[in-house]
Design a protein around this ligand. Sequence first.
Ligand code: 1HE
Length: 261
Amino acid sequence: MSKKQLLHFELQGEQQEIAVIRLTRGPKRNALNDDLIIALRGIFETLPASVRAAVIDGEGEHFCAGLDLSELQERDAGQGVHHSRMWHAALEQVQHGPVPVIAALHGAVVGGGLELASACHIRVADETTFYALPEGTRGIFVGGGRAVRIPRLIGVARMTDMMLTGRVYNAEDGERIGLAQYLVPAGTAFQKAMEVAQRIATNAPLTNYALTHVLPRIADQPADQGFMTEAMMAAIAQAAPEAKARVRAFLEGRAAKVQKA
Ligand code: 1HE
């Protein structure tokens, strides 16, 4: 399969500010082969400067069936480490690339598919979504970063249960335990993800950077260091001319108030 068929990339929005990245291996349930992982990394390394937010979704009935099991050849231990590190490098680009990334989920979000989703900053799931980590039942382990990312979303105990028992979470329970931040009607995840992306694209880029690059690092720091990093980032953000202009706009009644939910 040529690389062109693995992913679709386009820019949307008046200023070309939203990057849409679609997994296009529908007949294989968007299973992630090596070429696709490398292509994904390339996209995030070379996003145009106009882009302020990105949306990832998958064509067909399912978001993603995880690692392409047909490529799980007999690797020796060293090759296995390099393969895992290739995934790490690609998903690092998603998580710590230039812009916030929203995953629009539907159908199966399993194995490496949940790995990809967990590298995104916001997950919007429709009612058809289901989540599983079937590696435990296939005699393998996670390898693309989930051992680090999933416990941070749902805790070690829930991930252990999912892997030991093959437990499948439906969309509602997935949202309840923190796998997704939004739950929407069937067929509307992409639309909602685009709305969220448009909203995010209106923020000051430095604030978005602080939220995607600095906040998760603060959360990983001991409290004493976290408070100091927070103070540094707060000072840098508020000193920016854009922050001053936005605060002035509010004080002069030119900016939106917070509305009751
Ligand atoms: C695949 C894959 C795949 C489907 N690798 N080819 N992930 C898994 O163990 C999930 C395996 N997949 C499934 O459980 C099911 O396919 C689904 C629930 C996702 C979808 O079911 P369904 O009935 O819609 O599709 P299907 O008939 O099972 O699959 C359609 C085709 O996609 C079929 O190929 P075909 O040639 O017979 O048409 C499947 O073989 C193929 N297909 N999933 C390869 N995963 C870095 S560590 C990551 C570790 C992992 O992610 S391990 C993988 C975990």
